[in-house]
Design a protein around this ligand. Sequence first.
Ligand code: ADP
Length: 422
Amino acid sequence: MSGYERGRIMSKLADLVEQHTEELAALDGADAGKLVLLGKIIDIPAATQMLRYYAGAADKIHGEVLRVSGKYQGYTLKEPVGVVGVIIPWNFPTMMFFLKVSPALAAGCTVVVKPAEQTPLSALYYAHLAKLAGVPDGVINVVPGFGPTAGAALTSHMDVDSVAFTGSTEVGRLIMESAARSNLKMVSLELGGKSPLIVFDDADVDMAVNLSRLAIFYNKGEVCVAGSRVYVQEGIYDEFVKKAVEAAQNWKVGDPFDVTTNMGPQVDKDQFERVLKYIEHGKSEGATLLTGGKPAADKGYYIEPTIFVDVTEDMKIAQEEIFGPVMSLMKFRSVDEVIEKANCTKYGLAAGIVTKSLDIANRVSRSVRAGTVWVNCYYAFDPDAPFGGYKMSGFGRDQGLAAMDKYLQVKSVITALPDSPW
Ligand code: ADP
């Protein structure tokens, strides 16, 4: 199918997704405990924007003319890699689906999507909408199942050409191993994070507190780029801590279908227990619990927005990805000190900086080893901004035109010119 035709069908799919916003947001709400209102105004629009962005790219896939030496001419062709296995997590079922599927389709690949076992419903609905949009049978395949069976079948399959994965660092490692052992398929991994949000003395404290609350409590902390380590400079630290506690206590936990709720339940019992266990670790390692720290209801997997202070870099809660509403607040003195601290985990997915100083913003942006840096904002995503990790947060980039390269092969074609001696 031509790129133009692929783009046309992808645009049609985007229109259909938009028309089914209510049902889709409700499916993700029921499956993952995500706020339905935010699904409608953030997740679904982000997904359709992604589809349309790559729909526009589908007929603009160019090779290059090469300056080959001798009596030859050369050019490159960009060809689809073939069958792409897409393995995604449960925290953003809709966005993850289109983050991988949109550029893959634009590139001319077919996909086999293995949604997370906790959240298969919207992915199945997208397969249905794809059919209505005119996506030919076999181009978007959705196979729900568990990781070690359905997921592993994709990563070890000899006819799958590439796997695009988002999930935990542990599973990312298994996926690379499986790809290496089978057909050396291409792999791209977007893995865990322990992202720092750094607030400098010159920041507007109220704005910074709001940003830090959003950075960790949005989507109940079940976000790979959650700002789970908040570093605050000593001059504003006391005021910040006081206001952060108030802000956390005003963050309403409850039914994700209720439009006044700020935070729903954790996705399942495993995550609920895992987060509570990390909170216990924090306490036993000597951090001070300022607010939250326990279930927020008698029933369901609700956890109170939680803040720890007196956290040191060696503690589990400062190093490991909790994937829950737990903020570790830490004080720092100098720019040098905070750069070192920001970089002292195995992860490198994102970082946030709050300052009015251009010099500080520039210096820290360049010194933090993370794939995305947000200055005076957080969670500012756009299809045009490449997204991915440094260090053990993985490799390969989603979003941006560069993400198309994950789904394209480059072929060099060298042709002898008529008067070539060969
Ligand atoms: P999370 O910690 O967010 O649940 P996981 O890395 O466990 O992330 O899961 C992300 C995705 O990877 C899910 O779709 C899951 O089913 C899948 N998965 C888990 N284990 C494997 C595996 N061994 N091989 C392939 N996919 C897997």
